[in-house]
Design a binder for this molecule. Structure first.
Ligand SMILES: *[C@@H]1O[C@H](CO)[C@@H](O)[C@H](O)[C@H]1NC(C)=O
Ligand SMILES: *[C@@H]1O[C@H](CO)[C@@H](O)[C@H](O)[C@H]1NC(C)=O
Ligand SMILES: *[C@@H]1O[C@H](CO)[C@@H](O)[C@H](O)[C@H]1NC(C)=O
Ligand SMILES: *[C@@H]1O[C@H](CO)[C@@H](O)[C@H](O)[C@H]1NC(C)=O
Ligand SMILES: *[C@@H]1O[C@H](CO)[C@@H](O)[C@H](O)[C@H]1NC(C)=O
Ligand SMILES: *[C@@H]1O[C@H](CO)[C@@H](O)[C@H](O)[C@H]1NC(C)=O
Ligand SMILES: *[C@@H]1O[C@H](CO)[C@@H](O)[C@H](O)[C@H]1NC(C)=O
Length: 307
């Protein structure tokens, strides 16, 4: 015979058949049953299938609104900045960008993954107009913007699309990993570093005539063999097309003056360039770029004279 567990008065008192207390118990039990069913239903509809955990990395996650930014930049570049490249390719360019890394391990990306994207963009930089930089990105960009005719890597479409963005995928998802991405030194075949390697190589291979590199003279070593310029771009210049490499060693305007062109770091660069049968020249504080620095430092003595 069933006993009513809720009965507090007498454990021995039988609750059936349908005493007043028994009916109350039955009602309570039903209420509990309905409530738990409702809770279960809400829980089930909230998360239909439990998603597997994304891989966790040490770097910051993909830039929010990544795909909207890339598509928007593509239209801005091809329609407003450099009309003539063909903005109708933008949706395809976005798709090729997605396919390169979506649903893949961000430490397992190969150059070939970005090839379809690179093949969609046939942009040529005019001879004498390529500007490489190393540890001087801000000034190089300001100079090329003011000067108008020069191209840094980020003034080409592919560099422009990705400048300052972070992105990576995850094997368990068709979305970018917004939680975390590997840092550049976390692995070799890295979503971001492979991309920049591929496009900087292409940028350097297509350079011709006289090319420039802006280096940072406020650092103890303005030229680093391990930098993208020192490890990829320098060796991708084609000596049959590039006859001269001009280095501009720029010092911070409030830093000390030093003759970096005659220092050991630039000497090393010179010897590499000469071995590749390319003529090398070097200038400390190339005047037109110096004047760009002066815009923010009008009062400084090196800006006042000789204008
Ligand atoms: C890009 O250029 C290469 C060689 O110059 C050519 O084979 C290819 O068809 C071009 N691609 C597009 C999309 O124009
Ligand atoms: C590139 O610069 C060199 C040397 O200043 C010059 O002889 C050549 O005509 C220039 N080429 C173009 C395409 O402007
Ligand atoms: C040189 O590098 C320092 C440190 O990264 C930076 O603050 C400075 O703006 C750079 N100078 C130039 C001319 O790019
Ligand atoms: C990530 O960071 C943790 C904690 O700082 C460290 O123990 C680990 O080695 C790092 N992993 C990589 C791949 O750098
Ligand atoms: C990176 O990819 C290359 C092929 O592009 C491969 O030979 C190499 O083993 C990979 N390295 C790592 C650490 O996965
Ligand atoms: C300039 O050189 C002086 C003396 O060598 C040093 O004390 C100072 O810190 C340097 N300033 C900068 C900005 O590097
Ligand atoms: C450089 O030029 C010399 C003579 O013109 C030639 O013998 C040599 O093979 C060239 N070196 C390279 C790396 O192209």
């Amino acid at each position: 015979m069933a006993r009513c567990e809720f009965s507090q008065l007498s454990r021995d008192e039988p609750c059936c058949p349908l005493s007043r207390r028994g009916r109350l118990c039955l009602g309570l039990a039903l209420l509990v049953l309905i409530l738990s069913a409702a809770v279960l239903l809400v829980a089930l509809t909230r998360s239909p299938t439990p998603t597997p955990e994304a891989l966790a990395w040490n770097g910051t996650g993909s830039t929010r609104n990544l795909f909207a930014i890339v598509l928007g930049r593509c239209y801005t570049y091809t329609q407003l900045l450099r009309p003539g490249l063909g903005s109708e390719a933008c949706p395809k360019i976005l798709d090729a960008f997605k396919s390169a890394f979506i649903s893949k391990n961000p430490c397992d990306i190969m150059k070939e993954d970005y090839q379809p994207l690179v093949d969609l963009v046939n942009q040529t930089v005019p001879c004498n107009k390529s500007l490489f930089w190393s540890k001087s990105k801000e000034l190089a960009h300001q100079y090329s913007w003011v000067q108008g005719g020069m191209f840094t890597l980020e003034d080409t479409l592919l560099g422009y699309l990705a400048d300052d963005l972070t992105w990576c995928g995850d094997p368990s998802s068709v979305e970018p990993n917004y939680q975390s991405c590997p840092r550049w030194n976390e692995c070799l075949n890295h979503t971001g570093s492979v991309f920049w390697k591929v496009i900087s190589q292409k940028f350097a291979e297509s350079a011709c005539g006289v090319v420039q590199v802006m280096l940072n003279g406020s650092l103890s070593k303005p030229f680093h063999k391990s930098s993208t310029f020192g490890s990829v771009e320098l060796f991708s210049l084609d000596p049959r097309k590039v006859h001269t490499l001009q280095a501009w060693v720029m010092h911070d305007i409030r830093g000390n003056y030093s003759d970096s062109c005659s220092g050991p770091s630039i000497r090393e660069l010179e010897s590499i360039v000469n071995k590749r049968n390319i003529t090398f020249t070097c200038q400390n504080n190339y005047r037109p770029a110096r004047l760009v620095q002066c815009v923010k430092n009008i009062e400084h003595s090196s800006c006042a004279s000789k204008i």
